[in-house]
Design a protein around this ligand. Structure first.
Ligand SMILES: NC(=O)c1ccc[n+]([C@@H]2O[C@H](COP(=O)([O-])OP(=O)(O)OC[C@H]3O[C@@H](n4cnc5c(N)ncnc54)[C@H](O)[C@@H]3O)[C@@H](O)[C@H]2O)c1
Ligand SMILES: [Zn+2]
Length: 421
């Protein structure tokens, strides 16, 4: 393997300052509730809002500000995401077994969390797709109370109308105009108007992510999202233009976004870089994409496709694209990724918006053990046992033995008193 380009800086680091700033914000929200939410919206977003909760008339007004074409395409994406979530829901089943031991019935139920809060980041552009990805899936999972929030967007004094419409189409039960660490604190502990939730889902900037880390335990979270990443595996059959634009598509998300190219072909690498240079000036986001590529981009020339697979499995990228001849065979051997895009035409953008798979995905190598947001994120697998007198008797001897080994005598006697005549 030969390193052609390697980023030297880390894309995500937690500082003590960040920890302290966020801890203070959380304390403020716990003490002063809505008052803090309104004050911090003024401080960080520069916008005066009267109320945190978004009302029906504000949603109606948002529909008037969004084109019919946009609404049509939001509905298209919503339908795909819902379809995929419904089919995934069918894959997870409750279980109830008559055990081989007489009088013992064991199993699990699938129980959705009761209340969840979705965070939709503000971003440089509105992110209606992010509203669909969390809210729709929560609803399909059976969550009764699904809240959505996002900070106000400059120029509107309110959540961006496109995002508000997407939240409504997705089926949000309550919508709040709030963002940053204070929004996470409000979801975790509740305020006068914000309902306390059981689970918080959705990506955000470093303040949002650090707040999710600090409230974890008092409330559930999906994951701690770092900057977005793509890894592209390419052999000599790959199209350099497709590679270049996909590297830039990832890089344009964020100055910290990371694009990685792993190829078996020196020629493809060279041609892709020529294409990348050519394409940058054609993009309105060219400058940020270029900077992110310069700062965080990596290129590795590998000896063979097996080495590329091994590398990819070690890196465990959020998005993984496969631009090779025997794409299915290679795909089969890839084990660590958030979402996999197989074939020369499978651009990550399709999964970002419309294919139906989720775009809230594990980053920073956490795809080794974590999954993206799906119906299962919102559903608990809760165990049960039904035990008759006979069942208790049949389990008594080994159970009491364990209790004695572990020195738990009330445990032993909770069985003994039931089975002794
Ligand atoms: N992984 C994904 O699926 C995905 C998708 C879209 C966006 N994102 C991420 O979402 C993020 C969007 O970032 P954003 O900042 O535009 O929106 P954001 O909604 O995450 O954060 C905005 C809020 O941050 C708070 N904030 C800003 N400056 C602050 C400061 N100095 N101190 C305390 N709080 C402060 C404010 O409350 C502000 O409203 C990016 O990091 C992007 O990578 C991820
Ligand atoms: Zn993207």
């Amino acid at each position: 393997m030969k390193v052609i380009k390697k980023a030297d800086k880390k894309t995500y680091e937690r500082s003590k300052d960040l920890t302290n700033i966020v801890a203070d914000i959380i304390d403020e929200v716990r003490q002063h509730g809505d008052e803090t939410l309104i004050a911090l919206t003024k401080k960080f977003d520069g916008i005066d809002i009267e109320k945190v909760k978004v009302e029906g008339w504000q949603i109606e007004k948002a529909y008037e500000q969004v084109s019919e074409e946009t609404i049509l395409h939001i509905k298209f994406a919503a339908k795909q995401i819902k379809y995929f979530a419904e089919e995934q829901l069918k894959c997870i089943q409750p279980l109830n077994l008559m055990s081989e031991i007489g009088g013992l019935e064991i199993g699990h139920r699938l129980i959705p969390v009761e209340k969840c809060g979705c965070y939709i980041p503000s971003g440089r552009y509105p992110l209606p797709s992010s509203a669909l990805m969390s809210v729709i899936v929560a609803k399909v999972a059976g969550v009764k109370h699904v809240a959505a929030c996002s900070p106000p967007f400059a120029g509107f004094g309110m959540i961006h109308p496109t995002v508000l419409v997407a939240m409504d189409i997705a089926g949000a039960d309550e919508i709040y105009c709030m963002g940053g660490a204070q929004a996470i604190a409000a979801y975790a502990y509740g305020t006068e108007t914000v309902t306390k939730v059981d689970l918080i889902v959705g990506p955000g900037n470093k303040y949002v992510t650090e707040a999710k880390r600090q409230v974890l335990g008092d409330v559930g979270i999906d994951s701690l999202a770092g900057p977005s990443e793509v890894l592209i595996i390419a052999d000599e059959t790959a199209n350099p233009t497709f590679i270049a634009i996909d590297l830039l598509a990832q890089a344009e998300h964020d100055p910290n976004a990371k694009s990685i190219l792993v190829s078996t072909s020196e020629e493809i690498i060279e041609k892709s870089m020529t294409e990348l240079e050519r394409l940058i000036p054609t993009l309105p986001t060219g400058q940020i994409a270029h900077q992110a590529w310069l700062d965080n981009g990596d290129i590795f020339l590998v000896d063979n496709i097996e080495e590329a697979i091994k590398m990819s499995n070690e890196i465990a990228p959020e998005h993984l694209e496969v631009h090779v001849a025997n794409e299915r065979e290679v795909a089969q051997k890839l084990l660590n990724y958030g979402s996999l895009f197989v074939g020369h035409y499978a651009s990550v953008a399709l999964g970002d918006f419309v294919s139906g798979t989720n775009h809230i995905l594990p980053t920073m190598s956490t795809a080794r053990f974590a999954s993206g947001v799906w119906v299962g994120t919102f559903i608990k697998t809760s165990f049960h046992q039904f035990v008759s007198q006979e069942g208790c008797k049949n389990l008594a001897v080994p159970c009491m033995h364990f209790a004695e080994i572990e020195g738990l005598y009330a445990h032993r006697d909770s069985i003994r008193l039931r089975v002794e005549k």
